[in-house]
Design a binder for this molecule. Structure first.
Ligand code: NCD
Length: 304
């Protein structure tokens, strides 16, 4: 039985295959509409979500399967003091596959040790978010037609942003990748990501706090929200939350085929005036998220 806890749980070959299946689903959805008949997906969300949970649920429904779950810990027995392990054992009796989001880093890994059905990490604290990364990879593959030879700017909260950590991990396996890490000093990329992933794989990267400095070099600009819920004090959050606001003016020097991405939700970091720029890809990215999760569910349930 396979789990997806970290993006590295999938080989490059498997990711390529998932992208291929997702593209086929986009073209021929009817071929897939009964593939998961009589199967149930449980979505256990101990933290807020819009896109991740609903795209998982829509994905399962479009495969002809069913969905159960909860969208906050307060509406589950967690509120009565139940442990994650006991919750997981219980839900395994009612479902075939579980997507789980939790504020504690490592909680989905712990859950996977107790589970009798496959576990998908739908985000664990400030750590990882592998299915957002699959969404990002499908987006890059569709929009840029390649996963190598890219200069990728990551901007915003690189410290607590789990989507950033998983995306760096995934992209570091492809050839010709360079990163421009754009953040305020306090929200820099964690040392472990720089040492264990970037330096270890000899990936070129530059750190800056200026979004405009290298904007003309970028093929992808991945904006992120300052992760309010991971801050210890409100004052720091308020000081940093509007550090970057991407607008038309700042994009003047950017490439014509730049791909602007954002895992969403957006707060203020991309001005709405950018939304009709042809380079804005973040709402397309949302749509890709459903197709790649359909491909992932099929893979994890070993359905051909
Ligand atoms: C992200 C997350 O939950 O980490 N959202 C998402 O899943 N699309 C990004 C965020 O919350 O800022």
């Amino acid at each position: 039985m396979r789990n997806l806890i970290d993006i590295k749980d999938l080989t490059e070959k498997e990711i390529e295959e998932l992208i291929k299946v997702a593209k086929d689903i986009m073209l021929n959805p009817e071929k897939y509409s009964e593939k998961c008949k009589h199967k149930k997906l449980a979505t256990l969300f101990f933290e807020p979500s819009t896109r991740t949970r609903l795209s998982f649920e829509a994905a399962m429904m479009e495969l002809g399967g069913n969905v159960i779950g909860f969208s906050s810990s307060s509406s589950s027995s967690t509120a009565k003091g139940e442990s994650v392990s006991d919750t997981i054992r219980t839900v395994g009796a009612y479902s075939d596959i579980i997507a789980m989001r939790h504020p504690k880093e490592g909680a989905p890994l712990v859950a996977s040790k107790k589970s009798i059905v496959p576990i998908i990490n739908a985000g664990d604290g400030g750590h990882n978010h592998p299915t957002q990364t699959l969404t990002d990879l499908l987006t890059i593959s569709c929009e840029k037609k390649r996963l190598n030879d890219l200069t990728i700017g990551l901007c915003g909260d690189l410290k607590f942003g789990r989507t950033v950590h998983s995306l760096i991990t995934a992209m570091s396996r492809y050839k010709g990748i360079k990163f421009v890490l754009i953040s305020p000093e306090e929200l820099k990329t964690p040392e472990y990501v720089k040492t264990d992933i970037l330096k270890k794989n000899n990936i070129k990267f530059i750190e800056t706090n200026d979004i405009e400095e290298y904007i003309n070099d970028l093929d992808i600009l991945y904006m992120t929200r300052v992760q309010k819920e991971r801050f210890f004090n409100e004052e720091d959050y308020l000081r940093l939350k509007d550090y970057y606001i991407l607008n038309k003016e700042k994009l003047k020097k950017a490439k014509e085929d730049l791909c602007i991405m954002h895992p969403l939700p957006r707060v203020n970091e991309i001005s709405t005036e950018v939304d009709d720029d042809p380079r804005a890809c973040y709402f397309k990215q949302v749509a890709y998220g459903k197709y790649i999760r359909m491909a992932l569910i099929l893979k994890m349930l070993e359905i051909k």
